[in-house]
Design a protein around this ligand. Structure first.
Ligand code: URP
Ligand code: ZN
Ligand code: ZN
Ligand code: ZN
Length: 487
């Protein structure tokens, strides 16, 4: 059974053109004019884009004494409803510290639930010989080529600089890419205690204790450590000018550093934490916190300029009751917000509709760039013959006001509630299957999603390793006659 997506404008990261897309089974067979197929999917008055890839989610994540409420089923269905056909979740080691057991655990949770494709990043939350050894199996057998390091959450997930350096070196050997959550965890903890001692116990204390400088310092430090270890680096949830500046500066020096702003930081600001309603403010508590308008402007500029490459969500959804764990002490509010379902529509509305981004840049930021970074391009993130048929018919005429009443996410609120978006997926196809049709009462199809294995040695990692080996400091050969005798 073939399907043809007819009458739309194909938008890729480099161009727009009128064409039909013919799908055979799970793959794109042909793109061109006047194509025919067994089933016609109408794309008139719409764009046809690669399915979105959200490279930063935390579904059913055990964290801060609770577990994120969004499940792999509800999360991947919400993704499909928003035009996202692949997400990359963070796999965290459990109490036994084993990376391989953690992957088994994540597989157990996700396997029968996922409605679209997923992959994992592996978190390095400690350092020892077993982790060193398991990293090789994670890369070579489990198909995971990214390792995440938390520079914050002291006493829990945080790693120290020497541990990060060791892990980054291991990543370089294995052709894997290190990721960092860049915030100085030592200083965050000090500032939290200071504000609590001063009686600031509400959600605003969360923002006060994580100022932009704390993020900028950690971003600079991670960049230095990656350079010393000889590996590219990916900085997650870049929220402020200080971290963006560090990335910009590194890239201008030729370093291979990538930056990922979140749709939340692009569109919501710190005033949310000053809301008189405790629950309203607590729902918005995430790390790093939302920033002011100047930081937002910096992030938007970075997307247009190419110094920031990827828009993600860090979807970590805790319900109202879970957020109330932090009444009287903001440090106990589970950190995280949603956005998986809204990312594409919010970025289109506030990016493309305002002229800050071109449609091509929108595609680059929502799928193509991250597919290249993760080494799954053009199987994912591209519209070319042979690619997976992860395709979205993107309708720029559907207006919608974001509301928890209509969302697919499991939680009871939405941080974008009341905001209007001006585009929606008319159809979302995941490897050739229609998994979402706007207004047609689509239902989740758990278990049809697949785990996507990702090979190491992405192009940038190979290039950097060549450059580093040619330019490494070398021993100076000296005539023994010219070396004085020691004392
Ligand atoms: O607040 C956040 N971002 N929660 C999820 C964990 C993380 O730091 O990415
Ligand atoms: Zn420390
Ligand atoms: Zn983080
Ligand atoms: Zn995260």
């Amino acid at each position: 059974m073939s399907k043809v997506i007819k009458g739309g404008t194909v938008v890729t990261a480099d161009r727009q053109y009128k064409a039909d897309v013919l799908i055979e089974g799970e793959k794109i067979l042909e793109i061109g004019e006047n194509l025919t197929g067994d089933e016609v999917i109408d794309a008139s008055e719409a764009y046809v884009i690669p399915g979105g890839i959200d490279p930063h989610t935390h579904l059913e994540m055990p964290f801060m004494g609770t577990t994120a409420a969004e499940t792999f089923e509800s999360g991947t269905f919400a993704a499909a409803a928003g035009g996202t056909t692949m997400l990359v979740d963070f796999c965290l080691p459990g109490a036994d510290g084993s990376l391989l057991n953690a992957i088994d655990d994540w597989d157990r949770k996700s396997k029968d639930q996922i409605c679209v494709d997923i992959s994992y990043h592996m978190a390095i939350t400690d350092w020892n010989e077993r982790i060193f050894n398991e990293m090789e199996t994670v890369v070579k057998e489990r198909g995971i080529n990214t390792f995440k390091h938390f520079m914050a959450y002291k006493g829990a997930l945080m790693v120290e600089d020497d541990e990060m350096f060791a892990s980054f070196k291991r990543c370089a050997e294995l052709g894997a890419l290190p990721l960092v959550h860049a915030e100085n965890g030592d200083i965050v903890q000090e500032l939290q205690q200071k504000y609590l001692a001063e009686g600031v116990t509400g959600p605003e204390g969360h923002a006060y204790s994580r100022p932009p400088e704390v993020e900028g310092e950690a971003a600079n430090r991670a960049i230095m450590i990656a350079d010393a270890a000889g590996t590219p680096l990916y900085i997650v949830h870049v929220s402020c000018e200080q971290a963006h500046e560090a990335i910009r500066r590194a890239r201008q020096k030729g370093m291979r550093v990538y930056g990922e702003p979140l749709i939340q930081h692009l569109t919501l600001d710190e005033s949310e934490y000053f809301n008189k309603d405790w629950q309203y403010a607590a729902r918005r508590v995430m790390s790093p916190p939302f920033r002011n308008k100047e930081h937002q402007a910096s992030l938007w500029a970075g997307l247009a300029a190419g110094s920031l490459q990827v828009v993600a969500t860090d979807h970590a959804a805790f319900d109202d009751q879970q957020k109330r764990m932090g009444v009287g002490d903001f440090t106990k509010i589970p950190n995280g917000t949603g956005g998986l379902e809204e990312r594409m529509a919010m970025l289109w509305t506030q990016g493309v509709e305002t002229g800050r981004l071109t449609p091509e840049e929108f595609v680059a930021a929502t799928s193509s760039n991250i597919a290249k970074i993760l080494n799954v391009y053009p199987m994912k993130g591209a519209l070319v013959p042979g690619a997976d048929a992860d395709v979205v018919v993107w309708d720029p005429t559907i207006k919608k006001t974001i509301s928890p009443a209509t969302q697919k996410s499991i939680i009871d609120y939405n941080v974008f509630e009341g905001m209007e978006v001006t585009a929606q997926p008319r159809y979302t196809l995941s490897r050739g299957d229609v998994v979402w049709a706007y207004g047609q009462n689509s239902q989740p199809q758990p278990g049809r999603g697949k785990f996507v294995k990702r090979a190491p040695y992405a192009s940038a990692s190979k290039a950097l390793s060549k450059w580093k080996s040619l330019n490494t400091p070398r021993k100076i050969e000296r005539d023994p006659m010219n070396i004085p005798s020691g004392v």
